[in-house]
Design a protein around this ligand. Structure first.
Ligand SMILES: NC(=O)C1=CN([C@@H]2O[C@H](COP(=O)(O)OP(=O)(O)OC[C@H]3O[C@@H](n4cnc5c(N)ncnc54)[C@H](OP(=O)(O)O)[C@@H]3O)[C@@H](O)[C@H]2O)C=CC1
Ligand SMILES: CC(=O)N[C@@H](CCC(=O)OP(=O)(O)O)C(=O)O
Length: 322
């Protein structure tokens, strides 16, 4: 795998090292990291050393996980595919289908997308995964927003636009510190950012088929996302219809836990691959609020990537994730 020294990558190493069907052969960091490295958090978890990125180092790996910056994924994926690897990419580089939106938010991504690219949210796109060459994993905020609204949108129960108001722990920004993310800026504070300009807005709109107003917030937690979505129901849609639609959509989805009208909390899902979803309908005004929580580094990143790996290789969906 690539990006082993990153936040998402370290989680991937932990998961793959104990996955009964995986043999983690190589873990790579950036190409400018000179010496082979070990990380204190991975001691007695994975015995190998992390070496610098070079495509040759991945020879013999059937599947390559890319957990690196999107500009790097955008350029390296084609080479890895040409070498015969199947690629699971955690970055945003291959998520958007619309070429103009992609050029705006992910300018390094080649156009057209490589043959065999599949954008997959495992709960909805499982059937397409086994045939994929390049699996593009959804972003952490879109995973929460799509799991909240996709069943209702697909059932035709929503109208108008949706509002996604989400809060993320700071590990969502990766390991590099910036003025926005360092401790003394965040501790004791909550801040909104990227209003009307976040790259996850088109990703949510692409999936939901609705205009989305998305405001992310940074909260002083190390990990976890709480996403509150507000949407309007088509006139006449009842609370029971909403409940039945969500229950039917997730009846077989092991990693989605519906909490009905008990609102879920970040504490219940951190360090797991679960997404917990609660909701409430106000029938007189035709409004629904859905609250979803997940761990951005697991269901929002590494855990979801392993779920895709299980689908790709024919393992049980939860293999290595419990
Ligand atoms: N953090 C999150 O919650 C989520 C992140 N993602 C996406 O997952 C990917 C990884 O995120 P995250 O783990 O947070 O990022 P980090 O910044 O924590 O880690 C980035 C990793 O990429 C490596 N890297 C950087 N440049 C290169 C390069 N040129 N060649 C090879 N490797 C390189 C780094 O290696 P080194 O240490 O050697 O520099 C490091 O291992 C990103 O695309 C991100 O957008 C997706 C969902 C959620
Ligand atoms: C807190 C924080 O900064 N979060 C990141 C999103 C992390 C993620 O899932 O997004 P990508 O996979 O698209 O990078 C952000 O808002 O840019």
């Amino acid at each position: 795998m690539v990006g082993a020294t990153g936040y998402g990558g370290q989680e991937l190493v932990r998961l793959l090292a104990r996955h009964p069907g995986a043999d983690l052969k190589v873990a790579l960091g950036s190409s400018d990291s000179d010496q082979p490295r070990t990380l204190p958090g991975l001691a007695r978890t994975w015995d190998g050393q992390i070496t610098a990125y070079h495509a040759d180092a991945l020879a013999g790996c059937e599947v390559v996980f890319l957990s690196a910056p999107e500009a790097f994924a955008a350029t390296s994926a084609a080479e890895l595919l040409a070498r015969g690897h199947r690629v699971i990419d955690l970055s945003g580089a291959f998520r958007l289908k619309d070429a103009a939106q992609r050029a705006r938010f992910y300018p390094a991504t080649p156009d057209p997308l490589p043959d065999g690219t599949v954008y997959s949210l495992p709960e909805f796109d499982a059937a397409a995964v086994p045939g994929a060459r390049l699996i593009s994993c959804p972003g952490c905020y879109p995973t929460a927003a799509m799991l909240s609204l996709l069943p209702l949108a697909r059932a035709g129960l929503l109208q108008g636009d949706a509002i996604v108001d989400a809060k993320s722990g700071i590990s969502g920004a990766g390991k590099g510190a910036s003025e926005r993310t360092h401790f003394s800026e965040n501790h004791g504070s909550v801040a909104a950012y990227a209003l009307f300009s976040h790259r996850h807005t088109p990703e949510m709109e692409q999936a939901l088929g609705l205009p989305v107003t998305f405001t992310p917030h940074l909260v002083p937690l190390d990990r976890g996302i709480l996403s509150t979505t507000y949407a309007r129901l088509v006139p006449g849609v009842t609370a029971a219809q909403v409940a039945n639609t969500l229950r039917a959509a997730y009846a077989k989805a092991f990693f989605v836990r519906l909490t009905d009208d008990r609102m879920p909390e970040i504490k219940h899902v951190v360090h797991t691959n679960f997404c917990d979803i609660g909701w409430k309908v106000d029938e007189p005004t035709g409004r629904v609020i859905v609250v979803a929580v997940l761990d951005n580094l697991l269901k929002g990143a590494a855990g979801q990537a392993v779920q895709q790996f299980n689908l790709l290789c024919g393992f049980p969906e939860a293999e290595g994730l419990l």
